[in-house]
Design a protein around this ligand. Sequence first.
Ligand SMILES: Nc1ncnc2c1ncn2[C@@H]1O[C@H](COP(=O)(O)OP(=O)(O)O)[C@@H](O)[C@H]1O
Ligand SMILES: [Mg+2]
Length: 286
Amino acid sequence: MTDILNINRGGPTKLSFPRAASELTVQDYADPREENFFEFRDVCKAFDERLVLDHVSFSVKQGETCVIMGRSGVGKSVTLKHIMGFLKADSGRVIVDGEDVTNYTEEQFAEVRRKVTMVFQSGALFDSLTVRENISFPLDGQPGLTPEDIDEYVAKIARLLEVNDVLDKLPSELSTGMKRAVAIGRAFAQNPEAILYDEPTTMVDPIMAGHMGDLILRLKEAFHKTSIVVTHDTRLAKKLADTVVFLQEGRVTYFGPWGGFENSDDPFIVNFRKQDELIPALDETL
Ligand SMILES: Nc1ncnc2c1ncn2[C@@H]1O[C@H](COP(=O)(O)OP(=O)(O)O)[C@@H](O)[C@H]1O
Ligand SMILES: [Mg+2]
């Protein structure tokens, strides 16, 4: 039985290889901050002269959930894309699992994408595969996994995500919320060390949004994976956040625990929180 089935496994095993001095990168000279799985140090990114990330710095500790909040267009998705290697910083450093990935090649990013998976809003499911096949896709053919192991793991994930009754259906037969749950299941089946969610509750109704938040919370409590959740939904943030990064005009204007964000008297943050209170708390009933 591989550790993929052991839901409460500890942190990842780290392998370290001696490197030549010429290969040393910034993290070799910095303080040992091994507990940080993700770190942005002074990251700047501009598109056509327009600065979208303005000296962005924050970190996410191993096993923690960090919620990145801010108005639409403020640079939340752009931040995640720097972790996945879809965008490159103009300056500053991006650290993933102790490695400075800022100048990684596409080939090196393939390795990063094996340990960090991103759940896209669209879900990106395979239309011609059943829910079961969609979830088990990353597991098929992995050495050391028997078909029974895979069945057991898919069943466990499907139970947690409440899609166990639709395992033999096709994505086209599912609601948007269920499709998204299956996409999350597939991301987990890859057994990543960390998971990134981009707006997991947009484009679904408030009841489904509350439900998605509960499912993600359940996974957080079952797996303790390092996570970053990008959202403008303060209810979702309250449910999941160990820490909050608040972006405003490309700058981090708050980085710290959820409690500090909830009690912040920064007028912009007060206003941001107020807007969400105008929407009835439908998700509280689920
Ligand atoms: N590849 C790109 N080329 C040019 N502009 C981009 C690109 N990606 C994002 N932007 C711009 O950067 C800003 C931040 O985008 P984004 O991070 O997607 O916002 P959000 O916070 O809503 O996720 C937006 O103004 C967007 O138009
Ligand atoms: Mg976005």
